[in-house]
Design a protein around this ligand. Structure first.
Ligand code: ZN
Length: 503
């Protein structure tokens, strides 16, 4: 064995320990968000903090930096697995070492405090009560960005944590024309004047029956319950406790079908990605996924491109009618398809339809940039928020609770994160089109309730690669193109022109 081989083996050995510890942490976190009794909160916090500290010790061990430094100089081929493994190890190591311990501690303490302040402020519609906490959070995040380092903008350092290689400048070049075109489409739909009634979705739905339908659907997509499970929670999520145990959660509303149904399809899309990473990458720095934007592309693809398509419901609607005969027995497919695709500009992001969703993200992106730069003060934020909503969607929230205070993200320090949702929407259409170009039979198969060809293409071109490629490179390999909002816009125009009778 050469010295390089031996060093690489040592790196993998250390990475496996970090992987095991991180996944044990994920188990505790999953439990905290599902079944943990309230009384255990403090003890659980200690357990998780201890695991985080041990992981941090492993990542900041100078011996690890030596291994990574040695391997970076080893001259591995540009395209190989070893090179990618070392790159991902470097990313994890840099994240752990670049931030001074005092800043990490200040951030973690402030997150706990700001989150509580945010929840209270949202409850009481009291932005002023949250403003000082947000101001301090921004100070800490500026410090974090400076410690991580960036070339053009502080935002880039924070955004790179969830979307490696992406920058504000690149997002702007995609978002600016997209914002204009989406606003125009929303205005056309509004002016068309036809309102879709979605009252059929707001009826009583038995929870056990909702669950059965959703589970049958995602198992049909290819979600492997032998390596996963579905539980209930307040804020749905998917989590990989390893690629052999990828769990999803959902929440049921007795009088609205959409949250559990489309929420489950969404989380299952995330889970299919994690379940599909190559076995060979298990317990290595490549076992993760390549970015949050790519992750969101998988959830959106199954939720929207499949789950809100006419082809899918042509196959699945009779099963839904049998599940809920008194609610849907007399409702035709066209009415149901229109109802689940109704465009209804809402002040609230999580209620947004496909057409308006990305506009919510672009508003947050622009405000985050301005806040980080200091060109917008926290005091001016609610007015700037409402102006943005008026510009883009021609609505103004009735309160800050339904406006600037609606999302938890800023209170827990997630800045530079929102754009990954928009990237997910854009990429989902690029990937779906590429899959259909390679296999023109996919829409026909979806109609027949078969998803194997689509999943197989995603497995081959996206899932199995884990974190081997940076997101731009993975997208290029899968679609032959870089990030491009063109397919997404074409898809929306075509689908919604038909639904709303636009010329
Ligand atoms: Zn998601």
């Amino acid at each position: 064995m050469t010295e390089t081989d031996e060093t690489f083996r040592q790196l993998l050995e250390r990475a496996a320990v970090v992987s095991d510890l991180s996944q044990a942490h994920a188990v505790l976190s999953w439990d905290e968000n599902t079944y943990m009794p309230d009384g255990a909160a403090e003890a659980r916090g200690q357990q998780m903090a201890t695991l985080e500290r041990i992981v941090h010790e492993h990542l900041t061990d100078p011996a690890l930096a030596d291994l990574v430094g040695f391997l970076e100089a080893a001259g591995y081929p540009e395209d190989g697995v070893e090179r990618a493994t070392v790159r991902q190890a470097r990313r994890a190591l840099d994240r752990a070492t670049k931030l001074p311990a005092s800043l990490v501690e200040a951030l973690s303490k402030h997150v706990a405090r700001a989150r509580v302040a945010w929840a209270r402020a949202r409850q009481e519609n009291d932005f002023a009560g949250f403003a000082p906490e947000l101001e301090h959070m921004l100070e800490l995040k500026r410090e974090e960005a400076d410690a991580l380092g960036y070339e053009a903008h502080r935002f880039d350092a924070l955004h790179d944590l969830s979307e490696p290689g992406s920058t504000a400048a690149r997002l702007r070049s995609v978002f600016t024309p997209l914002r204009r075109e989406l606003s125009e489409l929303v205005a056309q739909i509004r002016e068309a004047g036809s309102v879709i009634d979605d009252g059929i979705l707001h009826q009583g739905f038995d929870e056990a029956a909702q669950e059965r339908f959703a589970v049958d659907t995602v198992v049909g997509f290819g979600y492997d319950l032998n390596r996963g499970r579905l539980d209930r929670t307040v804020h749905p999520f998917a989590t990989a406790l390893s690629k052999y145990d990828v769990r999803i959660t959902t929440r049921y509303q007795g009088h609205f079908l959409n949250p559990a149904l489309f929420g489950t399809l969404h989380e299952a899309g995330h889970a299919l990605y994690e379940q599909g990473v190559a076995d060979a990458y298990y317990r290595t720095p490549l076992e993760g996924t390549c970015s949050l934007g790519m992750h969101e592309s998988q959830s959106r693809l199954w939720e929207n491109l499949v789950g809100r398509s006419r082809a899918f419901w042509e196959g699945a609607y009779p099963r839904l009618q049998r599940t809920f005969p008194s609610q849907f027995g007399d409702v035709g497919l066209d009415a149901f398809y229109a109802a689940v695709n109704r465009v209804d500009p809402s002040p609230v992001r999580v209620d947004a339809d496909e057409v308006t969703y990305n506009l919510h993200i672009m508003l947050r992106f622009e405000l985050e940039i301005a806040l980080l730069e200091g060109s917008l003060s926290v005091r001016e934020l609610p007015a700037a928020w409402n102006d943005g909503m008026r510009d883009m969607l021609a609505i103004v929230p009735d309160s800050d609770s339904n406006g600037v205070l609606q999302d938890v993200h800023w209170s827990i320090g997630l800045i530079g994160y929102f754009p990954t949702y928009a990237l997910g929407n854009i990429i989902s259409v690029q990937l779906f089109e590429a899959a259909c170009a390679a296999h023109p039979g996919i829409p026909r198969e979806i109609r027949a309730g078969h998803f194997g060809t689509l999943l197989g293409w995603l497995r081959e071109n996206v899932h199995r690669h884990g974190a081997r490629y940076l997101p731009d490179e993975l997208l290029l390999r899968a679609t032959g193109s870089g990030l491009d909002a063109g397919p997404y816009l074409r898809y929306l125009r075509e689908k919604y022109s038909e639904l709303y009778g636009l010329s």
